[in-house]
Design a protein around this ligand. Structure first.
Ligand code: GLP
Length: 241
């Protein structure tokens, strides 16, 4: 594992964006795994800036997002598809057909998850997977549980995740209770993984995930077993290291 502890959120974002930009420069036809949440917003803005400055292009890039709320249409302003359009896709030269987010509007969980998993395989797998970190160690929407889920699947969100994400909805009742998410196996198959975390409220989970025991009760801890992981945190999230 490679660990960068940057001073500020802006520095963390710039470092992570540089690592993604480097991937696109080395292989302009990369397949990226992308994440939502507040943490990556800054790094997406930096990537848009890099695109506008002609440093990188997304023309040949393919993307797969980690997860999506079950029951939200792509147009819903809290859907992860909407988030990706607003924070990245609408501002760069990516082919809309080359961007995938699990289909939250498809009520058939098995079909939605199976076709997503297959599309990732058909694209040749993910070159670089970006991950945020939930307060309970979830990655994507893989919540703490008794065994690591392998493939893309439907999950019931925990109260802690519903509470954390309710800040973005008008009321907690509007937060979907379920989501489709890549599995831990799907994530671990990525050739490289980049984790970002910021803020003092992530300090304990950063420590537990990367320096504690590997256990499905802390889903991100499995990343300790991946051969190519880079963790980029700001000083607050790294304050217990
Ligand atoms: C959500 C997403 C995760 C994300 C996590 C942390 O639950 N499904 O993919 O990593 O929240 O979000 P934030 O970066 O806002 O703390």
């Amino acid at each position: 594992m490679q660990l960068f502890i940057e001073e500020t959120y802006e520095d963390m974002s710039r470092r992570a964006a540089d690592l993604i930009a480097a991937q696109l420069i080395v292989d302009p036809a990369s397949t990226l795994g992308l994440a939502t949440g507040s943490t990556p917003i800054g790094l997406y803005a930096d990537l848009v800036e890099d695109f506008q400055a002609d440093r990188i292009s997304f023309e040949q890039v393919t993307t797969f997002n980690l997860d999506e709320y079950r029951g939200l249409s792509p147009e819903h302003d809290q859907s992860y598809r909407y988030f990706m359009q607003k924070n990245l896709f609408d501002h760069v030269d990516i082919d809309p057909e080359a961007t995938s987010v699990p289909d939250g509007a498809n009520p058939d969980a098995q079909a939605a998850c199976e076709s997503y998993e297959q599309a990732i395989s058909e694209a040749g797998g993910i070159d670089l997977q970006l991950l945020g970190l939930g307060h309970n160690g979830h990655i994507g929407f893989n919540e703490p549980c008794d065994e690591f889920p392998v493939r893309t699947h439907v999950v019931e969100l925990t109260e802690s995740t519903i509470n954390a994400n309710s800040r973005l909805f008008e009321s907690i009742d509007q937060v979907p209770r379920e989501a489709y998410t890549m599995g831990i196996g799907t994530i671990m198959k990525a050739r490289a993984i980049l984790v970002v975390a910021s803020g003092v409220d992530k300090a304990q989970i950063v420590r537990d995930a990367f320096f504690g025991p590997v256990t499905p009760q802390v889903p991100a801890s499995v990343l300790q077993l991946h051969p190519n992981v880079t963790v980029v945190v700001d000083a607050e999230a790294g304050s217990l290291l």
